[in-house]
Design a protein around this ligand. Structure first.
Ligand SMILES: [Zn+2]
Ligand SMILES: [Zn+2]
Length: 109
């Protein structure tokens, strides 16, 4: 169990603030909610980046939906690029099977 640096509540999943380095409960994790010493850098950052950095810690925030959407889009992109790997594996398996066939044929004769 970890205690929230701001309100002192025990929390099983503490959120680490990227701006002041403190550990906070889900209610105090946002900089405005714990009188963050690094709130200046938080205000300067664009919202989507903040949402992504907080969702990485398992938190669900208002911008979490956007972060999840971009992650799904990235997964789709990488999924479309994978067939090269599958083709390579298929070719390697075919070559191995071919060698095994040749070896078995060699043993039989
Ligand atoms: Zn708290
Ligand atoms: Zn902070």
């Amino acid at each position: 169990m970890t205690r929230c640096d701001h309100c002192g509540n025990e929390t099983t999943l503490p959120f680490t603030c990227q701006h002041c380095g403190g550990k906070f409960c889900s209610e105090c994790r946002l900089p405005p909610n714990h009188n963050c010493t690094g709130i200046g850098s938080w205000n300067r950052k664009p919202r989507p980046a903040v949402g992504m950095s907080y969702s990485r810690g398992g938190g669900v925030s208002a911008t979490g939906g956007i972060a999840a959407d971009t992650r799904r889009g990235a997964a789709k992109k990488t999924g479309g690029g994978v067939p090269y790997l599958k083709i390579m594996i298929a070719i390697i398996i075919l070559i191995i099977l071919g060698f095994l066939g040749l070896l078995l044929a060699g043993f039989r004769f």
